[in-house]
Design a protein around this ligand. Structure first.
Ligand code: ATP
Ligand code: MG
Length: 482
């Protein structure tokens, strides 16, 4: 839910909830007050005693004042204060001196009250005594110190409807304020929490990044605008973390790479230097010995040349400096050519090479012939190099797999232990890490093969059983014959 929608909804609730609740509250209050007011059965005496009780108490206090200090009633401020106090009891007052109105509450109509007084003094209507404009009143007459006659009137209502209205308004207002405060508080809490909580997470995330820590996770479920910012932030964190890890790995690999190159170049160089010294110092004192020393030097130079070639190819490939010349390659012809190339060498070594095509018809793949040749050569050379059986056998399988062709090169050589298998496509990785075996090799062959197949958009992988043999598989994309 978007923040805009949330705010809109909260505003609607802020109006609807108090309205509905107030309505319910009003109904409840009316019910309760109707009970209390009991219009039908209330007797005047009951009403009088209930309502008038407080006013009467006040009247007695004032009357006592009049008894002890009648002249205070000249003082307008004193009368005003008295009126204010009476107002809080929902009553009003009048004060007359010699039948002339001296003070009158603003609620009371002066003319009406004057008429009422004259009617009462003439005793026109006995029933009207103590009733004025549907109000009851208390009356206390006394003399001021000057001897003037004065009268105090305190009015109060005994009508149940007024009592009812008074109770209703008081209770309703109280309830209404509580409802408004509660609705506002709860809605504000929930809406602000849904915005503030993700913002706090973002703040925390930003602080962690500032500290250089990218291992935290911003787990935000909401899908509003702030939630989207959180998701984007989390994505950014993951990428940053990935980039940082890549950088660390890259630095580590680069150091390893340099160490490996140094080692692989230093070993043959040391050997060359040693044998050259042997020739110069006359240690190789027979022509046979000298010949042997020269052969070793030559072999080491060839090894170095090969290593430098592989390295150059590998780094050019990494830097994407070597362009690929893709063309449609007939896989059958391609494999036959390679087998022809290796046939002689394999015969000499007593290794049999077989092929098996499981292809529907003529199959063409999209490939760079030269580079693909390098892949197959690297794999075949491994099969030859790591062959430990008397009856060595290499088998090349080619089969159709939907829109791809799967090539498998199997040998029955020494095989690779399970633990080492995942690493053989890493550069400079060799199962025999001592690098001192007669098999030589720098561990770049399969790394190069992997690079080339990846650039062809295919996969390369190995399966092996230690002691029994190894299979290297790779797949290439098929293309139309036309
Ligand atoms: P290079 O190919 O650069 O001369 P290398 O042969 O040691 O050196 P890779 O071709 O990359 O390097 O092979 C990596 C490692 O995998 C080898 O050192 C070897 O231990 C193991 N390996 C690869 N192919 C086979 C195989 N067919 N049989 C047994 N082990 C193999
Ligand atoms: Mg190799």
């Amino acid at each position: 839910m978007s923040i805009r929608f949330k705010l809109l909804l909260s505003n609607i609730f802020m109006i609807v909830i108090p309205l509905v609740s107030s309505l319910i509250l009003a109904i409840i209050i009316i019910g309760v007050n109707l009970d209390r007011a009991d219009f039908k059965n209330h007797k005047f005496e009951d009403r009088f005693s209930e309502v008038a009780h407080d006013v009467f108490k006040e009247f007695i206090t004032i009357s006592n004042d009049a008894l002890y200090n009648p002249d205070r009633f000249y003082d307008m401020d004193y009368l005003k204060n008295m009126d204010t106090k009476l107002k809080t009891l929902n009553s009003s007052m009048a004060f007359t001196i010699n039948d002339e109105i001296y003070y009158l509450s603003d609620k009371i109509n002066k003319q009406e009250f004057k008429d009422h007084l004259s009617r009462v003094s003439k005793k026109q209507n006995e029933n009207e005594k103590y009733i004025f404009c549907e109000m009851s009143y208390f009356n206390h007459s006394f003399n001021l110190s000057t001897g003037e006659d004065c009268s105090l009137y305190i009015f109060f209502s005994t009508k149940p409807i007024e009592k009812f209205a008074e109770g209703f308004v008081k209770d309703f207002l109280k309830g209404f304020f509580i409802i408004i405060i509660l609705t506002n508080g709860i809605l504000t809490f929930f809406v602000s929490r849904s915005i503030i909580r993700p913002l706090r997470k973002l703040k925390y995330g930003a602080e962690q990044i500032k500290e250089g820590d990218l291992s935290f996770v911003i787990d935000e479920k909401s899908n509003d605008e702030v939630g989207e910012v959180c998701h984007a932030f989390e994505e950014m964190r993951k990428r940053l973390k990935g980039a940082l890890e890549d950088q660390l790995r890259y630095d580590e690999e680069r150091n390893e790479f340099i160490a490996s190159i140094t080692h692989d170049l230093k070993t043959p160089l040391t050997s060359i230097k040693g044998h050259l010294d042997g020739l110069r110092d006359g240690i190789a004192d027979t022509p046979e010995k000298a010949e042997k020393y020269r052969d070793i030097i030559y072999k080491k130079v060839i090894d170095m040349d090969r290593l430098i070639n592989d390295l150059t190819f590998y780094s050019n490939q990494t830097l994407k400096k070597v362009p690929f010349n893709f063309s449609k390659v007939d896989l059958k012809i391609f494999i036959e050519d390679i087998i022809d190339e290796y046939q002689m060498e394999l015969e000499k070594l007593g290794v049999e090479i077989l092929n098996n095509y499981n292809l529907g018809s003529k199959v063409l793949v999209k490939a760079d012939v030269e580079k693909l040749k390098r892949v197959v050569s690297n794999i075949l050379e491994n099969s030859i190099k790591y062959m430990d059986k008397e009856n060595g056998q290499i088998k090349i399988d080619v089969q159709d797999v939907e829109n791809k062709v799967l090539i498998g090169i199997h040998d029955n050589g020494e095989g690779i232990k399970k633990d080492y298998l995942p690493n053989i496509f890493n550069r400079f990785y060799r199962v025999d890490a001592s690098r001192n075996t007669s098999k030589g090799g720098s561990g770049l062959g399969l790394a190069i093969a992997h690079q080339i197949i990846e650039a062809h958009g295919g996969n390369i992988w190995a399966e092996s059983e230690f002691g029994k043999g190894t299979s290297i598989y790779f797949e290439l994309e098929k293309v139309d014959i036309k």
